[in-house]
Structures are given as C-alpha cells and as structure tokens.
Ligand binder design. Structure first.
Ligand SMILES: Nc1ncnc2c1ncn2[C@@H]1O[C@H](COP(=O)(O)OP(=O)(O)OP(=O)(O)O)[C@@H](O)[C@H]1O
Length: 253
C-alpha cells in the first residue's frame, strides 16, 4: 500500500513563503486524512507542493508506489468548465492524460462505473458549460478517480454539494480508499465531516502544521479556540458520534 511522508516541506510563490517546515509521519493508503485550517492558512498550497505544482524546500517522499510521481493526483478547488466538451469527453480526456490516444474497452467501462458510482451517468452527454456548480464538482471528482491515483489530494471536494451528496461522496471515498488502498487527503471546512469520515487530521495555520494525529484527538475545544477563534464544544450526539457545536466567535480584544 502506498505511503506518503513529508519532511521539512515548504512552499513559496516567488519570494513569498506561504508554507514552512511541514513534517508528517508516514501517511498510509487505505483511509481519509483531513487537512483543515482557516482561510489562507496554506491548505491548497500544501496540496500543490505535494503534487509538484508549487516550488519549495523539503522532501515529498512516496513509498510502495506502483506508478512513481504519476501516482499523485490533485483535484483543485476551482475547476473551470470547458464548455466545448461533454462530461463523458472530459472524463475520457482525464483518463487518457499522459497515455496514448488508443481507447480500450476496459477504460470506457471504468468511466461508466465511475459516473454511475457518483450518480452522474445521466449527465454523460451534457456539455460541461451547462452544468450546475455541484454537478461540475462531481464531474471533477470523476475526472480524478478515472486516473486511478494512489494518492488523491481533494481540495474542498464537497463545497458545492447539497447535504445528501456531501455524505454520499465522502462515504464513497472512504469505502473506495479502504478497498483500493488509495491515500486520500481532503481539505475541508466542515469539521463535522472530518470527525465523521477522516481517521486522521492535519491542522494548518499561518503556513505551519499546528496539530496532527487521530481526528478526535486533534479537533478539540482548545484547537477551535486557538486556530479558528471560536468558542465551541465537541460533544457526542445522540448516536454517540463526536460533533462540533459552535457557540460564538471570539472577538479580538
Ligand atoms: N499563486 C499565488 N501567488 C501568490 N500567493 C498565493 C498564490 N496562491 C495562494 N497564495 C497565497 O498563499 C496563502 C495560502 O493560500 P492557500 O490557497 O494555500 O490557502 P487555503 O488554506 O487553501 O485557503 P482557503 O481555505 O481560503 O481555500 C494565501 O495568503 C494566499 O493569498
């Protein structure tokens, strides 16, 4: 099973340092890891740095991979729609990225499977430009999955989805990572999604990792106060699951 380790990883845009000294233990495939933190903390930048799309110091180490650097797939937060392509064409194009143009039957079957699993098979022959924001987000997930990554970096993949779709997609990703051994890192703003679906959580604040480990150990009242500047409680709901209840924001003195 693939494993990802970050050693003293930083990222810069020109001369501006936006991420520094990120170290992780070995992030093993087979589960979901949440990457959380306030706006502009550096979550997307961390993903871009891991995917080789941002410059910076440190080591991004992949082990036990069958594909090498090709194993990593970054699903960006904003996905511009190319109005010329249909959903099916855009997913096919993504599947063929980096390989030849000959299309095998099993590749088409895989596209059908992924579209059906995400319940967007009915959109297959619609133009990307005529989709809603949520539909476009589901297509982006399909484009990432057909590439069969070993490490998938999903940047706020449920931000445009309705409640049903959010839990459906996150539940699907959890099952898929367990079955396939894929390592999935997900940038999330909904901390209850992190608590419910992600075994581990990494907290980024001001370009540094300020906490990491098993999600219930990381998402605490103290962390919510120091990182998010909110008064909040983490309590068991009637089903026994931990949930974040936010009471108020903490105003700067
Ligand atoms: N291309 C860029 N050039 C210069 N600065 C950038 C660039 N992209 C991002 N930044 C800056 O880097 C910092 C981190 O941004 P990043 O997008 O990684 O944050 P984030 O944690 O993903 O935020 P959000 O939750 O708002 O999506 C911010 O201060 C942002 O303004």
């Amino acid at each position: 099973m693939v494993a990802l380790t970050l050693e003293k990883v930083g990222a810069t845009y020109g001369r501006r340092v936006v991420l520094s000294d990120v170290n992780t233990g070995m992030l093993r495939g087979g589960g979901l890891t949440a990457v959380i933190g306030p706006n502009a903390a550096g979550k997307s930048t961390l993903f871009k740095r891991i995917a080789g799309l941002a410059a910076g110091p440190g080591l991004v180490q992949l082990s036990d991979t069958a594909k090498g650097p090709e194993a990593i797939c970054y699903m960006p937060q904003d996905t511009g729609a190319n109005a010329v392509l249909t959903v099916y064409e855009s997913v096919l194009l993504s599947a063929k990225q980096g390989s030849g143009w000959k299309v095998k039957d099993e590749e088409l079957a895989e596209i059908d499977r992924v579209l059906a699993a995400l319940r967007i098979d009915d959109l297959a022959f619609r133009g990307l430009g005529e989709l809603s924001g949520g539909q476009r987000q589901l297509v982006s997930i399909a484009q990432a999955l057909v590439r069969k990554p070993e490490v998938l970096l999903m940047d706020e993949p449920t931000s445009a989805l309705d409640l049903f779709r959010q839990i459906e997609v996150l539940g699907f990703m959890k099952r898929l990572s367990a079955q396939s051994g894929m390592a999935v890192l997900i940038a999330l703003h909904d901390l209850n999604h992190a608590l419910r679906y992600c075994e581990d959580t990494i907290v980024i604040s001001n370009g540094s990792v300020v906490a990491s480990g098993p999600t219930p150990d990381v998402i605490t009242t103290e962390m919510l106060k120091s990182v998010y500047r909110v008064e909040a409680r983490v309590e068991a709901c009637s089903l026994g699951r931990p949930v974040v209840i936010v009471d108020d924001s903490i105003q700067a003195a």
